[in-house]
Design a protein around this ligand. Structure first.
Ligand code: F6R
Length: 244
């Protein structure tokens, strides 16, 4: 076990490497289940997948997607909601069946029940073939902030103050950033057959080094990935400076 990692010269090259991995899964298993992430890191991956669909007929027609997380508290259709993000940056550019794209439903009356439903839905797909992750500067994966348990499943969580601050770049002010989300748990993520974590930029270097070389600890939720047999960190040189 242990985390296998590759360093690319820049964000662009790292993004192409991740697009290659996702394309390979789609070609080998057209009816695959892809676990997807949002945030700024995977934007170029999605743009490249859209290009490959358009120019090289990369086929999403039989694929299913499940997303890691969704903010609680934004009105339906809000431009910063993750369902909107996925539509804008990927789904509307490819031939995926929208009925097979899934994000946690944050507009249900009972949010805990909705989180449980999402956990069951992920299971009912037959399992995630490839889970794409980003990483927070505090080591979070999905919205599993420091303190998250290894056996956690999809649930309602509070965002860490640092995450609220960091994500305020997408909102008019920090007070507009949602305080809660529904996220897949650590155990949900670890059930994926293969996991690819993309991290670029020097702000991620410390969290990446701790995740790979540090102790397995709730202080850095990404360190739980050390227990998985098939994890690949795709890094640019800035995100890899803390690695020997
Ligand atoms: C997004 C998610 C988060 C992000 C992380 C990094 O669905 O689950 O864990 O991957 O916050 O965000 P960026 O890429 O914006 O630095």
């Amino acid at each position: 076990m242990g985390i296998h990692w590759t360093v690319y010269p820049n964000h662009h090259e790292a993004s192409l490497a991740v697009a290659d991995t996702i394309s390979a899964v789609l070609i080998e298993k057209p009816a695959c289940v892809l676990g997807l992430a949002t945030g700024s890191t995977p934007l170029e991956v999605y743009a490249e997948l859209a290009r490959r669909h358009r120019e090289e007929a990369l086929d999403f027609g039989k694929a299913t997607t499940v997303n890691l997380d969704e903010y609680i508290g934004l009105p339906p259709g809000h431009p910063q909601s993750y369902v909107h993000y996925m539509h804008e940056h990927l789904f509307r550019h490819i031939n995926i069946d929208r009925d097979r794209t899934h994000l946690p439903n944050v507009h249900a009356a009972d949010l805990s029940e909705s989180a449980n439903d999402f956990e069951r839905l992920v299971e009912s797909t037959g399992g995630v073939d490839l889970q794409l992750l980003g990483i927070g500067t505090n080591g979070h994966i999905g919205f599993n902030e420091p303190g998250a348990e290894e056996d956690s499943v999809t649930r309602v969580v509070d965002l860490a103050p640092g995450t609220i601050h960091s994500n305020s770049r997408f909102f008019e002010s920090e007070s507009d950033v949602p305080r809660r989300a529904i996220t897949m748990g650590i155990a949900t993520i670890l059930r994926a057959r293969k996991i690819v974590l993309l991290a670029t930029g020097d702000s991620k270097a410390e969290a990446v080094a701790e995740a790979i070389n540090g102790p397995i600890s709730r202080d850095n939720p990404a360190s739980f990935l050390q227990t998985h047999a098939n994890v690949h960190f795709v890094l640019d040189s800035a995100a890899a400076v803390g690695l020997a």
